[in-house]
Design a protein around this ligand. Sequence first.
Ligand SMILES: Cc1cc2nc3c(=O)[nH]c(=O)nc-3n(C[C@H](O)[C@H](O)[C@H](O)COP(=O)(O)OP(=O)(O)OC[C@H]3O[C@@H](n4cnc5c(N)ncnc54)[C@H](O)[C@@H]3O)c2cc1C
Ligand code: FES
Length: 256
Amino acid sequence: MKIEILPVVQCEQLKPTVYALHLRSAYFSGLIKPGQFINIKVQDGVYPLLRRPFSVAFKKRDIITIIFDVVGEGTRILSEKNPGDTVDVLGPLGRSFKMPEPDTTAILVAGGLGMAPMPILTQFLMEQKIYGIETFLGARSENYLIDYNLTNIHYATDDNSKGFHGTVVSLLEQWLSENTDREMYVYACGPNPMLRALQSMLCKYSLSGQVSLECIMACGVGICQGCPVESANSQTKYRLVCKDGPVFDIHSVVIQ
Ligand SMILES: Cc1cc2nc3c(=O)[nH]c(=O)nc-3n(C[C@H](O)[C@H](O)[C@H](O)COP(=O)(O)OP(=O)(O)OC[C@H]3O[C@@H](n4cnc5c(N)ncnc54)[C@H](O)[C@@H]3O)c2cc1C
Ligand code: FES
């Protein structure tokens, strides 16, 4: 892990409030694994004080990409970056997704900007010759459906603007009821209510997998103890999202 000042290659608008920021770094591109994140100081000076965490979404040669929604001041500042600007990046941070057994179908389930770690996960799965990939992508409306570098996509929207009308978990359950003939392993990221519904549905189908959790972070490296998640294992009460995660076995955490 280290801090590097990275040049901005491009800040690309994907949807009205969603951007892909491409940064040049041979170091990060060489080391980053799917599910890991970087902590960005969005501009020089003391404001905003804290770094902002973002999953690395994609890598190509010496370029890494993050995909983000503008929700506050930090992401607004990032969305206004131009080629030639620089950002101060700490990483790679956190634990990555593990690869499934050969011949397993990888089920990728994402809600909204929870799609962010899925393109790089798809890249790594394909490199491991896991070609059975089914991606379930849900959002409140089409404006938040980001299918950047994903494959084999089943869409769901809350407002019926694209694909299945309903939640991505309901769509996955419908698909699972018709596809019971294979080994499957699930990878998920999204809002907590979606992840809770997914956890209980996977119990019903006896499926295992991993989840990438998000929470508000301060240090991002395990020092401040500000990102606890309750453990489902009675031996360990809490784990830290930044250091023990953000990727966890989906049945090992209590998602609030
Ligand atoms: C490991 C990790 C990976 C992440 N990856 C991505 C990503 O790839 N793309 C992306 O768009 N976002 C991602 N996030 C969330 C992202 O870090 C926040 O959206 C960002 O820090 C907001 O900064 P801001 O200054 O724009 O907003 P702020 O002014 O800090 O906050 C604006 C609003 O967003 C809420 N908020 C801030 N951070 C979070 C959070 N982590 N979870 C839920 N609500 C939050 C605040 O409570 C507030 O209501 C990730 C978070 C974590 C912990
Ligand atoms: S954010 Fe400081 S310990 Fe996780």
